[in-house]
Design a protein around this ligand. Sequence first.
Ligand code: HEC
Length: 114
Amino acid sequence: MRGIAIALTLIASFATAQGAGNIAHGRAKAMQYCSACHKVTATQPQPPEVFDREADDHIQAPPFTTVAAKYATNEAGLRAFVHLPQYPMPAQELSPTDLSDLSAYILSLNNPKK
Ligand code: HEC
């Protein structure tokens, strides 16, 4: 019995470490909130570049596969950026659940088999 309890605790903490977000929900949110600028799925056509007033130039928002690789071991950093983005990416009203789901979806792109 004790062994089972320990195993369950380990599984639970692993799930937490992987982020408790719902990947399917996160994908839907990404399509809704992010796909105007970012290529959020492998099959989505590349969206147009964004005009950066400060740089007086157009810049391409990175595809989510690139974002996933950059933040592979830094989910907190990913959440922080999306919560308080850097210009020209706009801040959006996202609940903590949406942020968790979005991060879970983005980071799942590091494991394309899933
Ligand atoms: C209006 C266009 C726009 C929308 C909508 C948008 N982004 Fe961005 N995002 C950008 C641009 C442009 C950059 C690149 C900023 C730069 O390089 O300075 C960026 C960069 C990022 C980065 C990269 C940060 C880094 O460290 O390289 C992340 C993560 C990100 N966006 C996540 C998201 C998520 C998640 C959403 C949806 C909730 C979203 N973005 C919606 C334009 C957008």
